[in-house]
Design a binder for this molecule. Sequence first.
Ligand SMILES: Cc1ncc(COP(=O)(O)O)c(C=O)c1O
Length: 423
Amino acid sequence: MSKYRFETLSIHGGYTPEATTHANVPPIYMTTAYSFDDVEHARRLFALEEGGNIYTRLQNPTNTAFEKRISLLEGGVDAVAASSGHAAITMALLTLCRQGDEVVSSTEIYGGAINLLDKTFARMGITVRFAEISEPESFARLINDKTRAVFIESIGNPKADIADIRAIADIAHKSGIPLIVDNTFATPYLLKPIEHGADIVIHSTTKYLAGNGTSMGGAIVDSGNFEWKGNPRFTEFNEPDPSYHGVVYSDAFGRAAFAARVRTQILRDIGACQSPFNSWVTMLGMETLALRMERHSSNALKVAEFLDKHPAIERVDYPGLKSSRYYELAKRYLPNGASGVFTFEIKGGREAGARFVNRLKLFRIVANLGDARSMVSHPATTTHSQLSDEQLVAAGISASTIRLSIGLENIGDIVEDLQQALS
Ligand SMILES: Cc1ncc(COP(=O)(O)O)c(C=O)c1O
């Protein structure tokens, strides 16, 4: 299957009509469990002596089709579906970290993820230190003996900061640490982090992968490139796991050791599994990913150019604009478009911003992004509202920052709505 190109894989990847019913579209297997042939069959599956379905918290044929598809699109060896993007981040990091360990993350990430890392992980005794995405060396300065992962977003939420993935991957690898990239905004159509050195890719499939605003979901993709075997920072990959028949992950699963450990230990215990129905909806969305990401990106560029010229606008931060400090990085990492989300600052501060948002008619005020509808939000009072003033400044967000998620409507209608609200 991997010989096919992106658009073909996004339609056919992960599923060939199955032998019993020949269903042309992947069926939704709404079952919690699977009947074993006999006691010996059940024993072999539980003992990992044979592959197969045991229980939907661990694996399900619809989820498996989705996992194969996202893995093919990102260029990984395996993937694990999760119930949300946050579940994916949490399970990826819990697979690597235990109490006393540390993570270095970029500051320029989704506000909810900052909260998760800075507050909830701190309660579990895992310290997350925050570096500047535009300064790869700031990651190197925060890595120490306890660091177990570097975490970044390829395109940061909300300000569309572009990561120099290769530079940050090199820094992480010099210390024997994997780089985790949240690729939610870019999707593998616009950018494949694994090609630039990422070891693990995360998605909130809630956004562009599903693309229709109906279904929460997440994914963890294992590149298969990180050397777990013998790495002194990751003893749990190299010693028998007492919670799973004494398996040694780096021996038993080779290149797919990380994904195997996410599934057999962390997903099993945390239980943040994906619903087969949501995997199915997400797969339907993925069939049109290439077409949608092209249109999201071209519509967003036109909107950014319109706002950039408008006298009521203070500044526009879209990496596809020549004026953006990320323009050169965007050309390198995102040659097919810079996706559909960005922020701008309106003149007149919070008051003017609120008036503008309230006057929009086509744009909906929504705490979401990445579906077919154009949406607007005010990060300081919504998605990033739990952040302290210092954290907001570090993330480049002010009271007058407005985030747009540009949809797939006719570009004339999108621009006219912005125009009437600004006038
Ligand atoms: C970049 C990014 N990653 C992760 C998440 C969390 O995803 P979910 O809402 O599916 O848990 C979000 C949510 O907005 C996001 O924007």
